[in-house]
Design a protein around this ligand. Sequence first.
Ligand SMILES: Nc1ncnc2c1ncn2[C@@H]1O[C@H](COP(=O)(O)OP(=O)(O)O)[C@@H](O)[C@H]1O
Ligand SMILES: [Mg+2]
Length: 319
Amino acid sequence: MVKIRLWQNHGEQNGIKERRNFPVFSPGGQEEKTFGGSGEDQRQKNVREIMKELDSLVGLTGVKKLVREVHAFVEIQRRRQKEKLAAEPQVLHMVFKGNPGTGKTTVARIIGRLFKEAGVLPRGHLVEVERADLVGEYIGHTAQKTREQIKKALGGILFIDEAYSLARGGEKDFGREAIDALVKGMEDHKDNLILILAGYRQEMEWFMESNPGLRSRFPIHITFPDYTTPELLAIADLMLKKRQYHLTQGARDELRLILEESRSLHVHSGNARLVRNLIERAIRQQAVRLVRKSQVSREDLMTITREDILRAREYNPGT
Ligand SMILES: Nc1ncnc2c1ncn2[C@@H]1O[C@H](COP(=O)(O)OP(=O)(O)O)[C@@H](O)[C@H]1O
Ligand SMILES: [Mg+2]
């Protein structure tokens, strides 16, 4: 899905096996040393690549703008630190609000990589968890489970999906213990961990309001709107192009109908996950259709027809 091996790729191109041009992260991001002269150039190049990937996402205008803002802020703080200027304290924990399939995880991964380049996070990887990964079954179990996930995420982002569910169960629920352990982890690993809490907009707003202690700890809020049908079709085109397939006009019309119908049936339907599932099933249906034929052209191999989309849809009654 998302390419994470930029560094390695460049290293191999230059015939360098070791990471010799790498900026060396020092905890707290105070200083950055590079071996070899081109560390800064390489870093800028990586940032441009990641920004290109952000831009290639369909729609999300407001989200992209905010990500650029946050990135500009951390980048300039980094340069100010280098010049020994006073730097703003960087509280970069975030809340992502939006329905499933609106790009939250995708954008979180991109942010992790940007933060790595900006020296904010040494690794920039993403550990995605949900309630069941954090909450245990007996006293003490939850704190231990949560600490384990925090440990995995150190140097990167701990992304908690449906985070509001941690507060859903009332006073006695172990979800509270998880929240406490998360808050402690955030404090213990200030310079080494960023938390992103994600979930439905209304639930997340309720969650933040019912936990005033959390609100100030999560200053950055990003709302992910549902995609429009034309945006979902553009996402389908993008996904197919990456896989070297394309739709016939009939297939495209059929896909549009399915997406519109699904929008009228479900409130939370404007999402890219439905598109991905449909596309992946259509690709399998195309394979089934072609495998019986003795003569198959290059064009046939790349083309998804109306029939493939219809069969893909049959797999998924109710959407
Ligand atoms: N704006 C977009 N452009 C292209 N693909 C997208 C976009 N948003 C989401 N996707 C794709 O849709 C799928 C679901 O996105 P994801 O980030 O997992 O959503 P969420 O985390 O909000 O549930 C992924 O395969 C992702 O690559
Ligand atoms: Mg997700």
